[in-house]
Design a protein around this ligand. Structure first.
Ligand code: GCU
Length: 421
């Protein structure tokens, strides 16, 4: 009896494990048909830019809002902003640094958001990369003037954070991901915000910006309302509101860039807010550039289970049936048309499904072509470290899930090509 029980237990464990284990085999991808970005709800083909802009684009945005990321439940403007620190001798005297405090107020609530901006000297209005950081503004460089975030952060053994509070010990720990020297010397600025100041990255809707939008007694977003990705995307659009007020920044040349979960966020922000001139997704994977229907590496179910607060509740309905989704992620890329978009993968980042990231660029191409723009014209993935830089850009580089010097080099080239005309 005991032996039987142990064998059954072993069997159940193996079964659960194999169910949980991600698939990395192309041959095991279920058959799928992608929804056509160029067919209206009623089946009419979209064959001109006006129909795309007036009807199909809003339809697709509505589908992503309702089924994937959730709708922003209202409007809220920046209540006040102030440059709280400034230097013209930053980064060894090569750049201007500004730290701007944005405040959001509603009734008795107030949220403070710190933006760190570096700008090249001697450029009147600088084009700029806007990108969230994962661990606090003070982690992107060692400059001791950078304010340390007071918001909730992840605990981290390496930097000794065990009470969710950042400290000076993590100054500069992520500077490898921010090639400031290259960015500034190429004539670009960089603006960054710690994403947790907009909404701490945990399954808790009582903090961050969410409560500002609740009706009386509401405790969490309704099933079709925003999860954290939409809230973070909203934060990026507020950064853009600020740039419109800062005469040192070229508001028509703002690039929104993000890595991983923040790459998902930059795509969604870039899709919704057409003020972003160029959009970059670095290793954004599932819920970002990767096609959901391939179910390779991270799946929608896996993401919704591990990170239930990222998307809206309605998305869970597709966990077992991604084919029923009225959208797939190529349509998110298509929403950015005709603006340039760059999708970057890493060869060892199988979890993010590099091929699925590439294919969404490929399948978004007909929408770019409607505008007379060149997207990705071959279904064959390029070799590693051989970027494509049409209006849709793509590369797969050697190495892991990360943001590297190589990535920044390509982003600067791409921005030079498309924004410096
Ligand atoms: C996890 C998650 C991914 C996400 C990544 C990140 O790996 O499964 O969806 O992109 O974290 O943000 O680093």
């Amino acid at each position: 009896m005991r032996l039987f029980l142990s064998i059954s237990l072993l069997f159940i464990t193996v079964l659960c494990y194999s169910q949980e284990k991600a698939n990395y085999n192309e041959l095991k991808i279920p058959e799928y048909t992608l929804p056509d970005p160029l067919l209206l709800h009623d089946g009419t083909p979209v064959n001109n830019v006006t129909t795309w802009k007036k009807i199909r684009r809003p339809e697709i945005i509505g589908l992503f809002e309702e089924n994937v990321y959730g709708k922003l439940p209202g409007e809220l403007n920046i209540s006040s902003y102030e440059v709280i620190e400034e230097s013209h001798e930053a980064l060894n005297n090569t750049a201007i640094r500004k730290q701007v405090l944005l405040k959001f107020r509603k009734q008795d609530k107030e949220l403070e958001v710190n933006m760190l901006i570096y700008l090249p000297k001697n450029i009147d209005k600088a084009p700029l990369f806007l990108s969230y950081n994962f661990n606090g503004n003070h982690t992107i460089t060692k400059e001791k003037e950078i304010f340390i975030t007071k918001s909730w952060v992840f605990n981290d053994e390496k930097t000794g954070i065990n009470d969710h509070k950042a400290s000076g010990a993590s100054r500069g720990v992520r500077n490898n991901r921010w090639d400031l020297e290259k960015i500034i010397s190429a004539g670009y600025g960089l603006a960054t915000i710690y994403y947790g100041e907009i909404d701490p990255d945990k399954n808790d809707f009582s903090d961050g910006i969410h409560p500002f939008f609740y009706a009386k007694n509401q405790k969490r977003p309704a099933d079709h309302e925003w999860g954290s990705i939409s809230a973070w995307a909203w934060g990026l659009t507020k950064a853009m509101d600020y740039f419109e007020k800062d005469s040192d920044i070229h508001q028509e040349k703002v690039v929104v860039m993000g890595h991983s979960r923040l790459g998902k966020t930059s795509l969604w922000a870039g899709a919704m807010d057409e003020r972003f001139a160029l959009v970059i997704s670095n290793n954004s994977g599932c819920g970002g550039a990767a096609l959901s229907r391939r179910e390779i590496g991270e799946t929608v179910k896996r993401m919704n289970t591990s990170f239930p607060h990222w998307c809206c509740k309605n998305y869970d309905a597709y966990n077992e049936n991604v084919n029923a989704l009225p959208v797939d992620q190529h349509m998110l890329i298509a929403l950015i048309a005709p603006r340039p978009v760059y999708i970057a993968s890493a060869a060892e980042d199988k979890w993010a499904d590099p091929k699925g990231e590439f294919l969404s660029g490929y399948y978004a191409t007909p929408v770019y072509e409607l505008f007379g723009k060149k997207g990705i014209t071959s279904i064959q993935m390029p070799k590693v470290n051989q970027p494509i830089q049409n209006t849709i850009g793509y590369h797969i580089r050697t190495g892991k899930h990360d943001v590297t010097e190589y990535d920044w080099e390509q982003y600067i080239k791409f921005a030079n090509k498309h924004l410096k005309k």
